[in-house]
Design a protein around this ligand. Structure first.
Ligand code: TXA
Ligand code: MG
Length: 340
C-alpha cells in the first residue's frame, strides 16, 4: 500500500491503479471513499472484500462531470417530470454531498448495485476526487473507506488504521470538510424520499423541488439506552459503548470513571459541569461551541475516533437539534448506538 499526499503525480498514479482494477482510497468533501473502477466487476468485488461489506449493500457511483451521467444512469427510463427535477437538483446541488438514486445504465455491473436496477450517483465537491475520477474511467464506485459497520473515515490516517494493506493506495487530502456522508435521495418513485440523511439538508432539497418524505425517524429507547460494543453488528459504531441522550437527560447524567461525555454545544456542557461538578480529569468534548449543526457534523466522526483512541469504555453523546445537518448527526449517533 502506498500512502501519498494529493498531487498531480499521485492522482495520475492513483488513476492508473483504478484503470488496472486496483483500489484507491481518496478524499471527498464528506468522508474518505474506497474507490474502484465502476465499470470493472472484479475491481468492485475487491471493494466488498476489503470492507467486509455484504454484497446486498449497493455502492455509490461517483462522477466528475455532468456529461458522464448518461454513461452511468439510464435517464430515458425517467418520467419527464422526474428528469426535470433531476436537472434542477444537479444544477443547484452538484457537485456536493447528495447521492441521487437513478435507473442504472447497463454498463454498470450488477455487483455495484447489489442486483438493483437503480444506482446511487454522486458528483463530489472535492478537487482531488474530481481529478482522480476524470483521470480514470470517469466513474468510480466508492463506499466510505472503513471496515463495514465501523466509524467513517474523515482523515487519511483513519483509512490507514482501518483498511491498511487491503488498499493499493491512500491519497491524503487532509481532514474532510463536511464530515458526514452524503444525503441519499430516491427520485425514481412518485414519492421522492430521503433514504439516508446526510450532508445536504432536507430543506435545501425541498426549496428546489418541493415536499419530500423523510426517512423513517430513528428513535432512542429512552428507558433503556442500547449499547454497541464493537463486536455487535451495528453501523457507524465506535469501539466504546455509545449512549445517546437528549439535552435534558445528559444534564442529569452523573460522572463515572472511564466515561466520556460528548456535548452538542458549550451551553449544555456548562450546565452539566455546574450540576455534576465532575473531577478535573473528566473527558469532555463539544461538537460545536456555539451549537451550529454544520460545524458539529464536521467534528462528529473525528471526535468519536479520537475518543476511541483515548480508550474510554463508554461515551454519552447528546443528540443535536433537528435543523440543518442535525438529522444526519442524530442518524449516525443512533445507528452507532443500535443493535441491528
Ligand atoms: O458521502 C458519501 O456518500 C460517501 C463518500 C465516499 O462519497 N460514500 C458513502 O458510501 O457513504 P456508503 O457505501 O458507505 O453508503 C452508500 C449508501 C448505503 O446506505 C447504500 O445502501 C445506499 O447508499 N445506496 C447505494 N445504492 C443504492 C440504491 N441503488 N438504492 C438504494 N440505496 C442505495
Ligand atoms: Mg459507509
Amino acid at each position: 500500500m502506498v500512502f501519498l499526499p494529493v498531487s498531480q503525480q499521485s492522482l495520475e498514479e492513483g488513476a492508473k491503479i483504478l484503470l488496472n482494477g486496483g483500489l484507491v482510497a481518496f478524499p471527498t468533501e464528506t468522508v474518505y471513499g474506497l474507490g474502484a473502477d465502476a465499470f470493472n466487476p472484479q475491481a468492485l468485488a475487491k471493494v466488498f472484500e476489503a470492507k467486509g461489506r455484504p454484497y446486498f449493500d449497493p455502492l455509490i457511483v461517483h462522477i466528475a462531470a455532468i456529461e458522464t451521467l448518461e454513461t452511468v444512469a439510464e435517464l430515458s427510463l425517467l418520467k419527464e417530470e422526474t428528469r426535470k427535477k433531476l436537472f434542477i437538483l444537479a444544477e443547484n446541488l452538484w457537485p456536493g454531498p447528495l447521492s441521487i438514486i437513478l435507473p442504472k445504465n447497463e454498463k454498470i455491473p450488477h455487483i455495484a448495485t447489489a442486483g438493483l436496477s437503480t444506482a446511487a450517483i454522486r458528483f463530489p465537491d472535492n478537487d482531488a476526487a474530481q481529478k482522480l475520477i476524470s483521470l480514470s474511467s470517469g466513474a468510480v464506485a466508492a463506499p466510505s473507506a472503513n471496515p463495514f459497520g465501523a466509524l467513517s473515515p474523515t482523515r487519511a490516517e483513519h483509512v490507514r488504521c482501518g483498511l491498511g494493506e487491503k488498499v493499493d493506495m491512500i491519497l491524503n487530502g487532509g481532514p474532510t470538510r463536511i464530515g458526514v456522508e452524503s444525503t441519499v435521495l430516491d427520485i425514481t418513485n412518485k414519492n421522492i424520499k430521503i433514504l439516508r440523511p446526510g450532508g445536504t439538508p432536507k430543506e435545501a432539497i425541498e426549496s428546489l423541488i418541493g415536499f419530500i418524505s423523510g426517512n423513517e425517524q430513528l428513535t432512542v429507547n429512552e428507558k433503556q439506552p442500547q449499547v454497541s460494543p464493537g463486536q455487535l453488528k451495528s453501523h457507524y459504531a465506535p469501539v466504546a459503548a455509545l449512549f445517546v441522550l437528549s439535552r435534558e437527560e445528559i444534564i442529569q447524567k452523573t460522572f463515572n470513571k472511564d466515561n466520556a461525555f460528548l456535548f452538542f454545544d458549550n451551553s449544555t456542557r456548562d450546565v452539566w459541569m455546574n450540576t455534576q461538578q465532575p473531577p478535573s480529569n473528566v473527558i469532555v468534548r463539544v461538537l460545536s461551541e456555539k451549537g451550529c449543526t454544520l460545524e458539529a457534523a464536521a467534528h462528529l466522526f473525528e471526535t468519536l475516533h479520537e475518543l476511541d483512541a483515548c480508550g474510554v469504555s463508554s461515551v454519552f453523546a447528546q443528540l443535536a437539534p433537528l435543523d440543518g445537518l442535525g438529522e444526519a448527526i442524530n442518524d449516525r449517533l443512533i445507528r452507532g448506538a443500535c443493535i441491528e
